[in-house]
Every structure is written in structure tokens, then in C-alpha cells.
Ligand binder design. Structure first.
Ligand SMILES: NC(=O)c1ccc[n+]([C@@H]2O[C@H](COP(=O)([O-])OP(=O)(O)OC[C@H]3O[C@@H](n4cnc5c(N)ncnc54)[C@H](OP(=O)(O)O)[C@@H]3O)[C@@H](O)[C@H]2O)c1
Length: 302
């Protein structure tokens, strides 16, 4: 082990910078699959378990990046990315490839790609769509964006982490889709939790409510298939109100907001949804179906 720790010889296949819960899971997945691995973390002790399993510990970021053709960066955000990598000399970086997997915004991702370009560094941006415990499973999706040739070159390595999907050349795409999908996740979670609170206001347990909501309502009324069926209409901007209009839905949202107040549970979420439907109606969409909210969401709001 001591030999491995002391000899950074430039021949490991992959380096991981950042050993928080996610970086550690990425590094462990490479070790599980038998890849030669170099690791670096600001707090060195977090590498101990990986080093005990055969990873090489780099003492500096420059040493870590120089150790492998490709470095996976998994720090908490783009500010940390720059704090860690800006000071590294051009000599250590040139000709290497960075795959940056922290979350952030598309503008931050594009700025990081331009930063890398200016230093002769290959760059892919990415987003991990699963928690650390699922990293390394073939069905776990990781999104990437950047040049196709860089993705293709390192896909055999990236593929060890899960199902790698290149979205396109714009480096901002992976974090954009990450925020879109997480936004959907939080909206769904909040919808479920608010509904459970409403049911709980009449002493129904969350367990009993989950049975009703997830055993019947979601599968029948709001299944993935029913949403997928509507997607082509979103692309066409077609929202026929034959089976229900925005005005009818506003009525339902009004009742959810008022019931929340009556029952003494939080009412801001339904109030916001009501306000958004009112805005759609003010834009002349009262006779269209609820999916016309898509047109509201496509425009800037506060
Ligand atoms: N955990 C998840 O479930 C999950 C899922 C999907 C995506 N992600 C994304 O993966 C990224 C990493 O997440 P994480 O869960 O591993 O934990 P995290 O708390 O977001 O990141 C921790 C890592 O960032 C390092 N770091 C922070 N500021 C630094 C600085 N100024 N200089 C040097 N290093 C710095 C930490 O070093 P120290 O150890 O020295 O503090 C540690 O290695 C995040 O962008 C997160 O959004 C996480």
C-alpha cells in the first residue's frame, strides 16, 4: 500500500477529485470494476478507505490530474471547481480531460468548458441522476454534455459508473436537464407531502393516504403513460378543452387552497398553483385544458 501511495507514475486510468459521499461512491465504483485509480480530496483522511482498497493518494491536485488521462471532478459546486483547479499550472493540465460532475447552472457549466478550452484541456460536463448508493449499477443514469469525440473516448471509463447518456455538444445541457428533472422531483414530492398533510388534518395516517394515492390515484389518473400521451400535444401547442378546461381546473385549485386554510395546513403551495392558473386564464387560455400551463411556464416569471 505504501508503494502505491508514494508512486504517482502517470499510469492510472482514472483520477477522482473530491471525496464527499458522491465522489467516494464514484471512486469505489472504479475500484469495484478493477480500474487503476488516483484520488485527491481537500480533507485527505476521506481517501483512507479507498487507499486501503488500492487507490493511489495524490498529495496535490496537480499530481492527481497528471496521474491519469481523465479526471472525474466531483466537488460541491462550480466555485469549488475553480478554487481547486484554477491554481493548477497549465503544464499539469494540458492534454488531460476533465469530466465535471458537480451540480450548478448551465451558464456555470459553459464557463467551465470555456475555462478548460483556454488551457488545452478536454472537458465534459455531467450530472449524476442517482444517489451515491446506486452509482455503478448499469441502469443508473448519468447525463453528459460536450464534444462527442471526448465522450466517445472516455465512455468505456464513464460506463463503469452507470448508463452514460450524451445529450449534445452544448456543455450546459447536462446541468440544465438535471435541474429540470430535480424540479419535477421536488414538485412531485411537495404535492405528495402537502396532500398527506391535508389527509392528516382529518387524522388519516400517511400510510393509509399513501395506499390511496400511490395504489390507485397515481397509477390510474396521473401515470407516466398518461403524461407521455400528452407530450406530443405540448410540442404542437394544442390544448383542446373538450374534457376539462383551465377554468374548471381553477375551480379545483381554489377548493384545494380554501380547504388547506380551513383545515389549518400550509396553503402557499395551492395558492401559488391557483395564481398560476389565473395567469393562464388572463392570457386567454380559460377554454383550453390544464396542459396549457406549459405556455405560462415557457415564459419568464418572477
Ligand atoms: N450526494 C448525492 O446524493 C448526490 C446526487 C447527485 C449529484 N450529487 C452532486 O455531486 C456533487 C458532490 O456531492 P457530495 O454528495 O459528494 O457532497 P458535497 O458536499 O456537495 O461535496 C463535497 C466535496 O466537495 C469538496 N469541497 C467543497 N468545497 C471545497 C473547496 N472550497 N475546496 C476543495 N474541496 C471542496 C469537499 O471536500 P472536503 O471533504 O474537504 O470537505 C468534498 O470533497 C454535488 O454537486 C452534488 O450536487 C450528489
Amino acid at each position: 500500500m505504501a508503494d502505491k501511495e508514494s508512486s504517482i507514475s502517470g499510469d492510472t486510468e482514472v483520477t477522482v477529485l473530491g471525496l464527499g459521499p458522491m465522489g467516494t461512491a464514484l471512486a469505489a465504483a472504479f475500484l469495484d470494476k478493477g480500474r487503476g485509480l488516483t484520488v485527491w480530496n481537500r480533507t485527505p483522511a476521506k481517501a483512507d478507505g479507498l487507499v486501503a482498497r488500492g487507490a493511489r493518494r495524490a498529495d496535490t491536485v496537480a499530481e492527481a490530474v497528471a496521474a491519469s488521462p481523465v479526471t472525474i471532478v466531483c466537488l460541491n459546486d462550480y466555485a469549488a471547481f475553480h478554487r481547486v483547479l484554477d491554481p493548477v499550472g497549465a503544464g499539469a493540465l494540458a492534454g488531460r480531460t476533465l469530466v465535471n460532475l458537480n451540480s450548478g447552472t448551465p451558464a456555470e457549466a459553459r464557463a467551465a468548458a470555456a475555462w478548460a478550452d483556454g488551457r488545452g484541456v478536454g472537458y465534459l460536463d455531467g450530472a449524476i441522476m442517482v444517489p451515491p448508493v446506486l452509482v455503478g449499477r448499469p441502469e443508473s443514469v448519468l447525463l453528459y454534455s460536450g464534444p462527442r469525440e471526448v465522450f466517445d473516448r472516455y465512455e468505456p471509463t464513464l460506463g463503469l459508473l452507470g448508463d452514460s447518456r450524451l445529450l449534445g455538444a452544448d456543455p450546459g445541457l447536462a446541468v440544465l436537464l438535471n435541474t429540470a428533472l430535480l424540479g419535477m422531483m421536488y414538485a412531485t414530492l411537495n404535492g405528495f407531502l402537502h396532500a398527506a398533510a391535508l389527509a392528516g388534518s382529518a387524522d388519516m395516517s400517511a400510510t393509509e393516504f399513501a395506499d390511496l394515492a400511490l395504489g390507485w390515484f397515481m397509477p390510474v389518473v396521473l401515470s407516466p403513460a398518461s403524461l407521455a400521451e400528452q407530450a406530443p400535444n405540448l410540442d404542437k401547442g394544442a390544448y383542446p378543452g373538450d374534457f376539462g378546461t383551465m377554468t374548471m381546473n381553477l375551480n379545483a385549485l381554489e377548493h384545494i387552497a380554501r380547504t388547506s386554510v380551513e383545515q389549518g395546513v400550509h396553503a402557499e403551495l395551492p395558492a401559488l398553483m391557483r395564481e398560476l392558473a389565473e395567469r393562464a386564464i388572463a392570457q386567454g387560455r380559460g377554454a383550453e385544458n390544464y396542459f396549457a400551463m406549459f405556455e405560462v411556464f415557457k415564459t419568464p416569471g418572477r
